[in-house]
Ligand binder design. Sequence first.
Ligand code: BES
Ligand code: ZN
Length: 637
Amino acid sequence: MFEGIESIAIPTIRTPLAALAALGILSCSPGPDAVPDAVAVAEDLHSYSNPAEVEVRHLAIDLTADFDNKELSGWATLEFSRLRGSRPMILDTRALRIEKVEVSADGHGFHETKFRLGETDPILGTPLEIELPLSNGYVRIHYRTTSDSTALQWLEPEQTAGKRHPFLYTQSEPIHARSWIPLQDTPAVKVPYSAHIRTPKGLRAVMSAGNRPDLPADGDYRFQMPNPVPSYLIALAVGDIEFRPLSHRTGVYAEPEVVEKAAREFEDTEKMLVAAERLFGRYRWGRYDILVLPPSFPFGGMENPRLTFATPTVLAGDKSLVSLIAHEMAHSWAGNLVTNATWRDFWLNEGFAVYLTRRIVEQVYGRKRMEMEALLGVQALREEMERLPESDQILHIDLKDRDPIDALTAIAYQKGALLLHTLEAAYGRERFDRYLRAYFDQFAFRSITTADFQQDLQYRLLNRAEPAFPVPVKQWLYEPGIPDGAWMPPPDVFAHVDKAAEAWLEGELPASRLDARGWSTQEWLRFLRAIPPDAGAGKLAQLDRAYHLTQTGNAEILGRWLKLAIQNGYERAMPRLRWFLTTQGRRKFVAPLFEELAKTPEGKKRALAIYREARPLYHPITREAVDKTLGWTESSG
Ligand code: BES
Ligand code: ZN
């Protein structure tokens, strides 16, 4: 049951293909199969590390979780070889207390070596320089985390579903791995890892690696991730965690209070995996499990290999939000197998994942549902483009001196997906699917840049066939806006909803006669998007009486509804707003609501009162976003 994982030892540092092309290596009559293997490191503005000089081949961590002091302590052992030069090994750290650094030739006898911490940068953290007296061997760093370790959230028992046990989880993407493990924190580097985790007895530790729910929760856990993975996919959670199998190779982990509900919600997981394998090639990670986190988890989902982390806000009760699971699963190909080499190339992870998700959803839930989700995606893209400067409407985004989280916009996700839809439309589904499978094979377990993608696409697809219409790939990748000829979902999938919305807004149709009782989540989201910010509280009240939107258990619908409630001064929804903001911490729901509140003086007052109560629940990533919006400082609390 826990076997069958592919273990591959391959060199993991690669030269962008484009660099080879620039050197003329690719320029002579490139036959369709002439795409060469790549071999050095893409420049990553968000890491101090020097992987082109010192290669790390394996990572082992040995950590004890101390819930009283909210601290992980222990060591990380990195197996290394010097490739060139004589500079020290440089690792990324953030807010770590480094106690001692040792080296060893054989991994057994260790002796101390000199190290130095450099200056701290607010975005990048602190470089750790380690003197290497050997050209091959092992480096062991003894350290502990601190209260500023941004990857970690230590939850009090009251902040969990069960309210009896504390909980710890990590969120490493994009550059928070360095705040709990000193390492080369760049997605250009991939290594297999192993871990030994000690916890209080009775709590279970799980990781983005091989998990053993059949073993007792005795506080002593060992993990192996035999495939090379980038640092941002290293993940750990500790808590009162139970397991329910869904199929022979899929299952759910969650607190006992949620695990049954989660198992029902995610019952289609195996079906999705079968569909994904049929479309994109074999699933190469062995098991696919899902961990449902406590409500403060800052994201919807996180594609940690073998163990997707998911927000409990996806548990709508009717499976209507499970394309989120399809999305994280899709990363098993796009992102986890073929990884963005730098955060500028983030769209390669997310744009691909969104496109692959649509393909899975189409297979499992039908074409209509896929088209509806795609149209909502396009709508979100158009909305966000109005706010984004042109420079941020580029897939290959400029992140110099910026936090890589800035790449997390509808551009990477939706514009990225539209490019792939457009290529599919131009070259035909069959040919495009062949291209996709070849892309995943070619770059499996590697990291690539946007230029690598472009080069490969040229040889593997564009040079081989005549498109039904031209696709300006360079413009898609390096220019703002949506190029002409972009694929679009049929604009009329929501025609009936749009008509109803118009008639109701015009006052021609009472809310009770909207015929909305059978609407899906996607239809409701479309309807709510049509309501203007000045529709008036009376209008919302009417709708609420007919459909009880304030009481909906669907977090996506509620998020949208509450935003309208704030805009329209619909006071009756305000207690629900406070409830929503103080019982979950998903950044995507929380940040826009605080932003909306902060637009008026009374709203801002309300926001601050709610935030005072909610902030301790939130993960540092969500806090950072809301702090900025509300101008919150330590003294505000
Ligand atoms: N990998 C992302 C989450 C992420 C991105 C975390 C960047 C940190 C930095 C994940 O796959 C994702 O996109 N999650 C989405 C849900 C998805 C259905 C679009 C989310 O969390 O909202
Ligand atoms: Zn994603």
